[in-house]
Design a binder for this molecule. Structure first.
Ligand SMILES: Cc1cc2nc3c(=O)[nH]c(=O)nc-3n(C[C@H](O)[C@H](O)[C@H](O)COP(=O)(O)OP(=O)(O)OC[C@H]3O[C@@H](n4cnc5c(N)ncnc54)[C@H](O)[C@@H]3O)c2cc1C
Length: 450
């Protein structure tokens, strides 16, 4: 098996395939662990954790502590991010080495349907014959023509960990998951933030009640929202960045950050030459992640399915099982993308899984919705953070849990309970009859289930 790209999709596939007995080669041009470790999931959450710690210190008096200083030290922060990344890389490398997976430092491309060539850093090439090829080259931020990203004041998400100077005022363009996480990150580190929201709601794909909770928090923290405005030009004047919107509004700040989606990394793979079908650069796949050529699989962001690290990891694992014949013996289920839990690491955190209330109503489907606020919960009061709620969506006839949303502290952890329930057809009674730890925020789940 030859895998091009060693992000979550590629390395999980490699590890599972090696465990099942395959000879595996992974070709990676940057870092094993992928963009997920280098630029996306990990550094963004590490910066958010630093911002959250700063916010916590600012509330120290309310927790019964003397006030503590909370200035951000950019050098220390940079070191912290480097340290986390290299620890994770060592872990993944160590695992793959121990499984005798061959890691090749180079840029991979296909020359025919069973041959992959890696161009090494010194310009030489190595050729690999493959019974199975896995394409897992991920994606990169989309930079539109009107945005002169310079890595200094006009930033893509990859330039922000952390920027060379701490922004005084960031204009975040794009109000999807990535955009709102960056709003929270920079505001919690002390920057003023303006968010350009092309629709009338931040997080346009999410449950309006959930989005409203976040908007309320942003407004309380002084974030300026430009709703219904599309950014159409960015100009730098000295240390100032000027963002003009299509409705005539203009935002001025010290930095602009682009969070307007991603594009697949399929250029240079020579997929057309080999006959692998693509769609706008993505590789369409069937339920087993096979492309139109059955022994060439695609996983992760490149497959154009849900762009989440957790999904990429699962796809990688499932490819290995399928390629090694495990699913042919009836072992293992196919991925149900609707059951992937996801979270937004703002404060309060937002997490959801499965069927959303708004979609159930749109489909005219009968559901039971139960909602419990954290406001009266012991642990929320102990944490000095009573914001948010738990919402469970279940089937009124059977009690089977179809989905749910959580807004509040540790929502990204708490949603796991509902993810396990929704994936395995558990009912509200199953949750209600589980004895959880007291006092915890998770108790709100048993209450909602009751
Ligand atoms: C700012 C941000 C934050 C995010 N946060 C989260 C989060 O908290 N949780 C979550 O689940 N998801 C998150 N995501 C999404 C997540 O990062 C991606 O879904 C995930 O990285 C996809 O994994 P992958 O294996 O497909 O690709 P990647 O992680 O992008 O890895 C692909 C690898 O392939 C390599 N590569 C590319 N082309 C070649 C080539 N020709 N030859 C050799 N190597 C090549 C690249 O160098 C890279 O290392 C975030 C995304 C962004 C942008």
């Amino acid at each position: 098996m030859v895998i091009i790209g060693g992000g979550p999709a590629g390395h999980s596939c490699a590890s599972t395939a090696a465990r099942l007995g395959a000879d595996v080669v992974v070709i990676e041009r940057d870092t094993i662990g992928g963009a997920a470790h280098l630029w996306d999931c990990i550094p963004s959450k590490a910066m958010i954790a630093t911002g959250n710690a700063r916010q916590f210190l600012r509330r120290s008096a309310r927790m019964g502590l003397a006030e503590v200083g909370s200035d951000v030290d950019l050098d220390q922060l940079r070191d912290r991010l480097k340290h986390i990344e290299s620890r994770l890389e060592t872990t993944v490398r160590g695992l793959l080495d121990s499984q005798r997976v061959e890691l090749v430092d180079g840029f991979g491309r296909m020359v025919d349907a069973r041959t992959v060539v890696a161009t090494l850093p010194d310009g030489t090439e190595r050729t690999f014959h493959a019974d199975v090829v896995v394409l897992s080259t991920g994606s990169r931020p989309r930079i539109p023509e009107w945005a002169p990203a310079d890595g200094e004041r006009v930033l893509s998400t990859r330039d922000a960990y952390p920027p060379s100077v701490m922004p005084e005022h960031v204009i975040v363009i794009g109000s999807g998951v990535t955009g709102v996480e960056f709003v929270h990150m920079f505001e919690s580190m002390g920057a003023q933030v303006t968010l350009v929201v092309s629709r009338q709601q931040v997080l346009p794909q999410k449950d309006p009640e959930v989005a409203a909770a976040l908007e309320e928090d942003f407004l309380r923290r002084g974030v300026k929202l430009f709703k219904g405005a599309r950014a159409e030009s960015i100009v730098r004047e000295g240390n100032e960045v000027i963002v003009s919107c299509d409705d005539g509004r203009i935002a001025r700040g010290s930095h602009a950050l682009l969070a307007i989606g991603s594009v697949p990394n399929s250029d240079g793979l020579c997929l057309d030459d080999v006959g692998v079908q693509t769609d706008h650069g993505y590789v369409p796949v069937n339920n087993h992640m096979q492309s139109n050529i059955p022994h060439i699989y695609a996983a992760g962001d490149l497959s154009g399915r849900l762009p989440l690290s957790s999904v990429a990891t699962m796809q990688g694992r499932k490819i290995a099982e399928h390629a090694m014949g495990l699913t042919a013996r009836g072992n293992g289920r196919q991925i149900d993308y609707d059951k992937a839990a996801s979270a937004i690491f703002t404060e309060p955190e937002i997490a959801d899984v499965g069927l959303a209330e708004i979609d159930a109503f749109a489909e005219g489907r009968k559901v039971r919705v139960t909602k419990v606020p954290f406001a009266t919960h012991a642990k929320a009061l102990i944490n000095d953070d009573p914001r948010g709620f738990v919402k469970i969506i279940s089937d009124p006839a059977t009690g089977v849990i179809l989905g749910g949303s959580i807004v509040g502290r540790h929502a990204a952890e708490l949603i796991s309970v509902l993810a396990v329930a929704a994936t395995n057809g558990l009912t509200v009674t199953d949750i209600h009859e589980s004895m959880l730890v007291h006092p915890t925020l998770a108790e709100a789940l048993t209450e909602a289930a009751e």
